[in-house]
Ligand binder design. Structure first.
Ligand code: FES
Ligand code: FES
Length: 164
C-alpha cells in the first residue's frame, strides 16, 4: 500500500517551505531533509538530549517529538534563524563564541535555541537560573561551565542591544 502524503507549508525563519511528507514525518526530519536546514541536530530522537530543539511560536520544543503536519502555520525558528538580518551572530551565538561554550558543537544548536527562549522569559538569570535554563539539554563535551557562562554573557549582550 502506498503511504499517503500531505502537502504542507512550513514557515521557518520567516521563509515558507512547501513540503510533501507522510503523516509520521518528524518535524526534525522535515527541517533537515525536506527544508535543507541541517543546523537542527538529531541525537536521541526520544526527547531526551535536546539537540533538536527549535522555537515554535517562540516556545522551545523538541522537534523530534513533533509531527511536521502539526507544525503547519506555526512560526518555526531554527538555529539558522538566530543570526541577525545582516548575517552577523546573534547575542546567544556571540556569547558561545566569547565564552568557548562549545567543543564538538553537536549539542550547540539545541542550546542556542533553548537559551534564546529562556532569556525571553528571564532576561537576567543568576548562575543557578542559567543552570536551570539548560538543564534539559545534554552536552557530552563541555562540562557545562562555559555554557552557563555563555547564558549570562548572552544576557549582557542582549541587554546592551536594548534601546535606551
Ligand atoms: S533528538 Fe530530540 S531530544 Fe534528542
Ligand atoms: S559540545 Fe560536543 S556535545 Fe556539546
Amino acid at each position: 500500500m502506498t503511504e499517503e502524503l500531505h502537502d504542507l507549508r512550513l514557515i521557518v525563519n520567516g521563509a515558507t517551505h512547501a513540503v510533501r511528507v507522510p503523516a509520521r514525518r518528524l518535524l526534525s526530519d522535515a527541517l533537515r531533509h525536506d527544508c535543507g536546514l541541517t543546523g537542527t541536530h538529531v541525537g536521541c530522537e526520544h526527547g531526551v538530549c535536546g539537540a533538536c530543539t527549535v522555537l515554535l511560536d517562540g516556545r522551545a520544543v523538541r522537534s523530534c517529538l513533533v509531527f511536521a503536519v502539526s507544525a503547519e502555520g506555526a512560526d518555526i525558528t531554527t538555529v539558522e534563524g538566530l543570526t541577525r538580518d545582516d548575517g552577523t551572530l546573534g547575542p546567544v551565538q556571540q556569547a558561545f563564541a566569547d565564552c568557548h561554550g562549545l567543543q564538538c558543537g553537536f549539542c550547540t544548536p539545541g542550546f542556542l535555541t533553548t537559551i534564546t527562549a529562556g532569556l525571553r522569559d528571564n532576561p537576567d538569570p543568576s548562575e543557578e537560573e542559567a543552570r536551570d535554563m539548560i538543564a534539559g539539554n545534554l552536552c557530552r563535551c563541555t562540562g557545562y561551565q562555559n555554557i552557563v557562562a555563555a547564558v549570562r554573557r548572552a544576557a549582557e549582550l542582549a541587554a546592551d542591544e536594548e534601546p535606551a
